[in-house]
Design a protein around this ligand. Sequence first.
Ligand code: IYT
Ligand code: CU
Ligand code: CU
Length: 316
Amino acid sequence: PSDCSARTKQQQVLTNPNNFSVDVRMPGVSPTGSDTYLCMAHPVPTSRDAYIVDFIPHASMDTVHHMLLFGCKTPVSTRSFWDCGSVQGTCEDEASIMYAWARNAPPTKLPKDVGFKVGGNSGMSYFVLQIHYGDVSAFRDHHRDCSGVTLRMTSKPQPFIAGIYLLMSVDTVILPGKRVTNADIACDYTSYPIYPFAFRTHTHRLGKVVSGYRIRDGKWSLIGRQSPQLPQAFYPANKEVDVKYGDTVAARCVFTGEGRTSKTYIGGTSDDEMCNFYIMYYMDSKHAIPFLNCMATGPKELFEHIPAEANVPITG
Ligand code: IYT
Ligand code: CU
Ligand code: CU
């Protein structure tokens, strides 16, 4: 409806002066084609340190396919909204994913005493919301959409800081017609302990299964395994598996080249592929590292010992 023109605002919760909410919502948009990606930026409303402690999604089930929330220093645009389809059109600098909503997937909650740090000197001065609108027929009546997310925030320092560890392949090539191609990624972990509590997988159409592991003393322990063809939300991770100094973190994406007539490379379009395993973790705020990346190809000898489940496609 039309009451969504001034929806993006900051709200003070009267009970506790440290607590506030930020509404990051589309300013009443009406996509004109199917599979439109729209983005909007919202400044973090404080220059001090602040912590996101909860996400409350507002998504129209009949139009929104998925929503992602990023933090960064410089959004691609500060217009009310912009088209951010196909290529990485969110931030000028590196965008850090903090939240994912996908139709028919259960939402993940942050554990108690855990917050994403933004504002201050965190390098996060903007939130960028990306919404993938699916079937456009729901917009034939030209109504305006204000889907988005409300962030529950506090200025009170949290005992644990949430972070994201992104494992991604940069060099996988999938040969046409070849039944199985693995993308293997691995990095040694040499920092303070992290405690994974959620994970997200991302590939395009050719991905069958994506699995992430901790390797300690030669033993592989599953952090999470999912079909990237299911809604790409954050799913609960195996809580028993922490990662500490001396461990290796590894991920495998299984692809098929069946149905393709030319080589498929890593890239931004839907004809390209990606192999991503995101670990959402918390760590002691005393030595918190909010974002980590691993882009190294895993050594063949290491992946000879990957559990067999990593090669089993998830059906249904
Ligand atoms: C080449 C590739 O794999 N791109 C991924 C991972 C990626 C995410 C972010 C790369 C960079 C980032 O700043 I955040 I550089 C990719 O684009 N993944 C998509 C979204 O863009 C997040 C996804 O849905 O996971
Ligand atoms: Cu989507
Ligand atoms: Cu992608």
